[in-house]
Structures are given as C-alpha cells and as structure tokens.
Design a protein around this ligand. Structure first.
Ligand code: PMP
Length: 433
C-alpha cells in the first residue's frame, strides 16, 4: 500500500474540509525522540508534532510503561459512572498547578471539548450568552468553540448562534494598531474593550475567551501585562476570563508554566489539551470552584479523563517536572529565536513567539503584504531536507514551530540549518521572479 493509494482513499472517504499538509502528504509510521519516519522510509526532525501534540517526544518509555500498566489491569474504559483513581490524582495535580484559587478540574478528550465546556460554564454562571473573543483566534471545531473563533478561514461558514463581540488580537505588524508601543497598545486596547462593551453588548457578558499567544493565528500575541489590564475592566462587570492554554500551557513558553502568567493576573478558568497526554486524547478545564459548580444539571463523560489518558497525563507531568522541560524550552527556544532573527531576509517580517513556540511571518519584500506562497515554499523545502514545520496565520503566510519540549540544542541547530537554507531558497525564488 503506497501513500498515493492512501491519499486517494482518504480523499474519497474523508470530508473535503480535512486537508493533509504538503503537496505530497506524508504518513507517519514510527517515531523516536524528536524524529519521525514516514511510510516511504524518510526520517524527519519534527518541529511541529502534528501541532504541538508531542510534548515530550515520540516513543518515551516512561509514558508507554504508565499506559501499559493501566492496560494490563484490563480497565481502559471506565466512564464517570465510576470512581477513577488515576483521574482524581491527575485532576488534583492540575488544580494545584493551575494557580486558580479553589480550583476544580473537568477532564475532557480535546481542546475543543475543553473550550466548549468552559463556554457552557461561563454562560451558565453568568446567565448570559454574550461572549467576548479575540480576532484571529482559534478555539476548536465544535458549534460553540467555532462560534467564538475569530479566524475567517476556519469559522466563516459557521452559522453558530453564539453572541460574540471581538476585541483586537495584538497584531501590530499591520492593521489599525500597527507600530504601537507596548504601553500604547495596552492603553488603546483597554479603551477599545470599554467601547466594545458599551456599544455591542448589554454589559452582562459571560466571559472573555482568549489565547495568551494565538496558536493557529500564527503566534500573534499582545504584550506582557495586557490581560492583567483587560481583567481590571472585566472585573468591573463581573465578566469571567477564560485563558485558552491549549498551545501555551505546560511550560512551552519557557518563562512560565501557563501563558497567562506573563500578565500579572489569574484567569477564572483555563483550558488545556494537545500534548498533555503526549498523543493520548486528553484535555480539560480548570475553573474556580463556584464557576465549575454553577452547572446544576447532572452531566456525564464517557471517555474524558479515562484511566489510560489519565495515566499518560500523569506520566507526562512527572516527566515534564523531573526533567525541567520548561527550562529546556527557554534555553533551546532562545537558541532558535536568536538563530532565526540573525538570518535576516527581505521576506521575513517578524520572528516571534516565546520558548518553543516560534513563528516566522513571510511578506513581499519591502512591504507588510502577506506572502503565503513563500511560507509554503519554506514548508516544502524544509520537508525535502528532513524537517517538519507547520503553517498558520490568518493569511497562511506564517511558518510555525512547536517542537517537543525535550528538543536538544544539537537538534535545534540541525533544524536551524535546514530552515536557513529553506528561507534562502525561498528568498532567491522571490528575487528571481
Ligand atoms: N484551542 C487552541 C488554542 C488550539 O490551538 C486548538 C487546536 N489547534 C484547540 C483549541 C482545539 O483543540 P482540539 O483540536 O484538541 O480540539
């Protein structure tokens, strides 16, 4: 069975809106550390992990052992009908790590489900379906989560009934807040929030849902301290703040365990998913106890926080803390950020992000006009030379990286060399046109 056959079968049976990356998509058949091998036997250094799902790399014995021990009990499938020791233990640890006072935790299967639950809780707690979200955001593919997503590429066709007002994303490369200093940006954003609240809402808004650094949106972020200032306004109205930490959580930014911690304020809820199960389906919501318990109807979850996922989650957490992966994200991330910034190319408008969340935005030389074709070229060049990176941004002109937090300096340098060559090739191709 070749990958070509598989692609044809995929196209025939899967929805049109599920699009594998690359002109010639790849099928992963094995992985080890930061490397994966495809069905054709080609090995790649993986800087994207299928979008940040490999928190600590592939084929990690500690995770496999924890999962195997649970499978050996024969219990892989206990729903919330029963007590699940592994789930309670994991929830206790996450509650403590969250920084949210009197925290309670609901374990789910994905980021989408986590955000959907957060929206349910916020609207229930506040008895309002009015929601503040952020332009250029992504929160998941369900009816509600897509409804608060502010990225037209993902949400334009959604006929969701959620009542949403959008605040500004932190974009300062172009647009109405272009070029503003951090302080001016925050001041203008706070004024804008007040205006949004006064003009498009009744004031009785349920929550603001926001990513500290936008993931799908191309790692666009407001300045540090932004959400602290925004929260002061929210507090005047009793509006909850939900921090979507699906990409920024667990030390990925290097400087903090959660992305919100760069903002001198604590959210009322946070959501997490992606790499927390290192491949196993696991996500969740941490909420203030009173907010979590505001849902009075009985609820249930068949698979969320099942014994296997919870075992994986606890093993990931142990590994993360025992090996100081947050520190590694800071160190190895700095090497990548500096290396990429030093490249200097007329098609690179910005290298941004934090820790092991790194984005490169491509533009037409001498302008801030998005250059999606250049980003695509870089993506394909990298692949051809053994490096997997991702794409993102509203215009598809951003190359994104979120390698495993275990990435070594040697692997970072190897990736950097491939990226440098790819960017050079893409720059030359633009110049030759
Ligand atoms: N929130 C953010 C910030 C995300 O990046 C994503 C996934 N890209 C989601 C939510 C949705 O998560 P999932 O794909 O696990 O449903």
């Amino acid at each position: 069975m070749t990958t070509d056959d598989l692609l044809a079968r995929h196209r025939a049976v899967m929805p049109n809106w599920i699009n594998p990356l690359y002109a010639d998509p790849i099928e992963l058949v094995s992985g080890s550390g930061a490397r994966v091998t495809d069905a054709a036997g080609r090995t790649y250094l993986d800087f994207f992990g299928g979008v940040l799902t490999t928190m600590i790399g592939y084929d990690i014995p500690e995770i496999a052992d924890a999962v195997r021990r649970q499978l050996d009990t024969g219990i892989a499938h206990s729903s919330t009908l029963y007590l699940i020791r592994k789930q309670v233990e994991l929830a206790e640890r996450i509650a403590k790590l969250s920084g949210i006072p009197n925290a309670k935790v609901f374990l789910a299967n994905s980021g989408t489900e986590a955000n959907e639950t957060a929206l349910l809780l916020a609207t229930q707690f506040r008895r309002s379906n009015q929601i503040l979200a952020v332009r250029n955001s992504y929160h998941g593919r369900s009816f509600g989560a897509l409804g608060v997503t502010g990225n037209r590429g993902w949400s334009a066709s959604s006929l969701t009934p959620v009542n949403v007002s959008y605040i500004h994303s932190g974009e300062r490369l172009r647009g109405i807040f272009a070029g503003l200093s951090d302080a001016d940006y925050i001041e203008r954003s706070v004024a804008d929030l007040r205006e949004v609240l006064a003009t498009t809402t009744s004031g009785d808004v349920a929550c603001l849902i926001a990513e500290p650094i936008q993931g799908v949106g191309g790692f666009v972020a407001p300045p540090d301290g932004f959400f602290g200032e925004i929260k002061k306004v929210l507090d005047e109205h009793g509006i909850l703040w939900v921090s979507d930490e699906v990409q920024t959580g667990w030390g990925r930014t290097g400087e903090h365990f959660w992305g919100y911690q760069a903002h001198d304020a604590v959210p009322d809820m946070l959501t997490f998913a992606k790499g927390v199960g290192n491949g196993f389906a696991l996500g969740g919501v941490v909420a203030r106890g009173d907010v979590m318990d505001s849902l009075t109807a009985t609820s249930f979850n068949t698979f969320g926080g099942n014994p296997v996922s919870s075992s994986a989650g606890s093993a990931v957490l142990d590994y993360l803390l025992d090996h100081d992966l947050q520190g590694n994200a800071a160190r190895v991330g700095a090497l990548l950020h500096e290396g990429l910034r030093a490249l200097g190319s007329p098609v690179v408008a910005e290298v941004r992000g934090k820790g092991l969340m790194i984005a490169i935005e491509f533009v037409r030389p001498g302008t801030t006009d998005p250059a999606p074709a250049v980003a695509l070229r870089v993506l394909e060049e990298c692949k051809a030379h053994g490096l997997l990176v991702g794409k993102g941004g509203l215009h598809g002109n951003v190359v994104r990286m979120g390698p495993p937090l275990t990435l070594t300096e040697a692997e970072a340098k190897e990736g950097l060399d491939i990226l440098a060559d790819a960017i050079r090739a893409a720059t030359d191709a633009v110049a030759a046109r």
